[in-house]
Write a protein of this length. Structure first.
Length: 498
């Protein structure tokens, strides 16, 4: 009997440790997602204090995005090969140190360089964190519950970033949007060796696909740069076309390399998992719609409604709380009825919210115009992000946990970069057409800006609808049967039965 008691106590302690570990990696992920949005509202202050030109200012965001979106896939595979806790700690340390350097930046060049390092740290940290979650919790109800918490952090981080960025910039200075990461990062770093266990992929080899890593990383980085440049210099210019062609060639070369590699960076066999493939396709489209939604709404509230940075942040509270509240509902629904029913519903609700945003008037009011759309959007995001994260890891072997985590993050980030570029181009184009059709109207007038935003929101709604249709068609009605396979003491492998 005493042996049984000891066993039960050990199991109970291990179970508690897992949930503490979840809290730790979710806190780190929240920092990463928060940082993507927190900078936007501080850009005017940064421009003034560091004497940025208008052309250079966008690089505060672009430098981070290039390294974050470009290195995520590589970061996921490195976590599998070198150790997930090790790469999590290394990425977190780099993210924290570069955050401190961001706040201490003395010129536009120094801030852009430190933001690049911060994006690199985030790209190592984020897929390692998600792969730790994947190998810690069994596929099914336990993992769904953990991913519900993860989805709440990821889905609400963008809205919380705008709120916190506005508050810190208004109350203190722009430097504090970076300094706030330092104590949080140090606390998570100190608890990492205590709460997280090391794990690696159970592979018989330790070969590294250098050619694949070089081609996909450079290709994705070039793609993000090309998309950002296109919004400033136009899509039809020779430089934009050349950059996009170069990115396409590098990404195409990556897939050719992977087909021939004996140890591919991205094993293409994982795309045989239909639910994983559908989740990544939906993630690409959803990332395009939602990143752009936050971008356009912030511009609408500040440039059309003339909200301050703080008031803009406060306006997002309803959206943030709705996402957090419905993320728990989302994972419970996925566990009960499956991804195939919930993911399309979430994307459809997100599309409905975007249509409501497309109807925002020039003289909009928060309670009657913005709030209802925020509530619908919050429910939609919760019902989309959680099943999307679950689906992106469904049926994945533990040996591929890191690369699958990097893949779902990459598709969302690249989708976001594409979406913002397209939304910016559409909004600018239709604002210009409005001005041409209404002589004497300024491009900065509320009616001209609103017209451009409205058309862009309709385009984004179309992306969300397309994602909903593809998810309904591609996601499997039932996940593949699982079999338990031992790969060592550090992790439990759950693989689809062949």
């Amino acid at each position: 009997m005493s042996a049984a008691i000891v066993t039960h106590e050990a199991v109970g302690e291990q179970d508690r440790r897992r949930w503490f570990a979840l809290a730790l990696i979710v806190a780190a992920q929240f920092m990463v997602v928060l940082d993507v949005a927190i900078v936007n509202v501080a850009l005017p202050s940064i421009k003034t204090d560091l004497n940025f030109s208008q052309e250079s200012l966008q690089w505060v965001i672009t430098a981070y995005s290039i390294f974050f979106g470009g290195v995520l896939l590589l970061g996921g595979r490195l976590a599998d090969l070198l150790g997930r806790r090790r790469l999590f700690a290394a990425g977190l340390a780099l993210f924290t140190v570069s955050s401190l350097l961001d706040g201490l930046a003395w010129s536009e060049g120094s801030l852009i360089a430190f933001r690049s390092l911060q994006g690199l740290g985030a790209a190592l940290l984020s897929p390692a964190a998600l792969s730790i979650l994947t190998t810690t919790f069994r596929e099914g109800r336990e993992r769904n519950l953990a991913l519900g918490v993860w989805g709440a952090a990821s889905g609400s981080g963008g809205a919380a970033g705008v709120l916190l960025g506005g508050a810190l910039t208004s109350a203190l200075s722009w430097s504090w949007i970076f300094f706030i990461n330092v104590p949080a990062g140090l606390a998570v770093l100190a608890l990492t060796p205590v709460l997280l266990r090391e794990s690696k992929a159970g592979l018989q080899h330790r070969y590294f696909d250098f050619a694949g890593a070089a081609s996909i990383t450079s290709g994705l980085m070039l793609l993000v740069y090309a998309l950002t440049r296109a919004t400033q210099h136009g899509w039809a210019t020779a430089s934009t076309i050349g950059l996009l062609a170069g990115a396409a060639a590098l990404i195409g070369a990556f897939f050719v390399i992977e087909l021939r590699s004996k140890a591919p960076l991205l094993p293409l066999r994982i795309f045989r998992l239909r639910t994983l493939t559908a989740s990544n396709v939906s993630g690409l489209l959803m990332g395009g719609a939602i990143f752009s939604q936050f971008f356009l709404l912030t511009l609408y509230m500040q440039q059309v409604l003339h909200y301050s940075a703080l008031k803009t942040g406060v306006a997002y509270i309803a959206l943030t709380l709705t996402i957090i509240s419905f993320s728990a509902v989302s994972q419970a629904l996925v566990t009960r009825v499956g991804i195939r029913r919930i993911l399309p519903a979430g994307l459809a609700l997100s599309a409905a919210a975007l249509i409501l945003f497309a109807r925002l008037p020039v003289h909009g009011h928060y309670l009657t115009d913005l709030l209802p759309a925020f509530l619908v959007s919050g429910v939609g995001l919760a019902l989309a992000f959680v099943p999307m994260s679950i689906g992106g890891l469904t049926g994945v072997r533990p040996a591929d946990a890191g690369v699958a985590s990097g893949l779902i993050n990459t598709t969302q980030q690249i989708g976001g970069a594409i979406g913002v570029a397209v939304a910016t181009t559409v909004a600018t184009t239709f604002t210009s057409r409005f001005v041409t059709a209404h002589p004497g109207t300024s491009p900065l007038a509320g009616d001209a800006l609103t017209h451009g935003f409205q058309i862009a929101f309709y385009v984004l709604a179309g992306l969300a609808v397309l994602g909903a249709v593809l998810a309904a068609v591609l996601v499997e009605s039932k996940p593949p049967a699982l079999q338990v396979e031992s790969v060592g003491e550090e992790e439990l492998a759950l693989q689809p039965a062949m």
